[in-house]
Write a protein that binds this ligand. Sequence first.
Ligand code: MG
Ligand code: ZN
Length: 224
Amino acid sequence: MQIKVVKRIMEASEQHAQEVRQRLQEAGVVALNLISAPGSGKTSLIECAIRELKDKVRIAVIEGDPDTTRDAERIAKLDVPVVQINTEGGCHLEATMVLRALEQIDLDGVQLLFIENVGNLVCPVVFDLGETRRVAVVSAAEGHDKPAKYPALFRTAQVTVLNKIDLIPYLDFDEAQFTCDVRRLNPEMPILRVSCRTGEGVSEWTRWLQNQIGSTVSPEFAPM
Ligand code: MG
Ligand code: ZN
């Protein structure tokens, strides 16, 4: 009996994801679902992309957090439309929350929609938000073993951002191992080396983002 209930919840969630996908496709919006552990620099990556692209690309942002509007306040300072989803302690975003957030955004003319997921490497991976692209973010400070320990994220993402590379000289971060583990899980996926602090790699990040504009085809969603 219980199994049936859980299954029905997942089915409803998949249906909502389908609705999000359809809305985005109709509006010609590319949605990027940023997934990482807390503190990897998702908000900073969004901020530096907005600073670089604001004059050429129309951007909107959905911020997911268990509490506070701090990340949304940072984004609002850059004058782009932003909606905060507070999950009230919940550890991931679901498509139904994204649907509700989309009601608050005028999608007309928007080309890129960043969706910053709740910082968590486990369950956000299982929930399809109807995104066009999934972005895995890891900061060097977290250690090189994240891909090996959380393979589902790296299998289902279309790009990996290795953030905070300016810290590598001070850490025991084995980048060769990191790259090898990512490649094993997802051989074709680009790995972008970025530091939002020094600006290194930011142009590769924004170039990758610009290359996604106009993509209407979402990857086949296969969470595990
Ligand atoms: Mg954040
Ligand atoms: Zn969760």
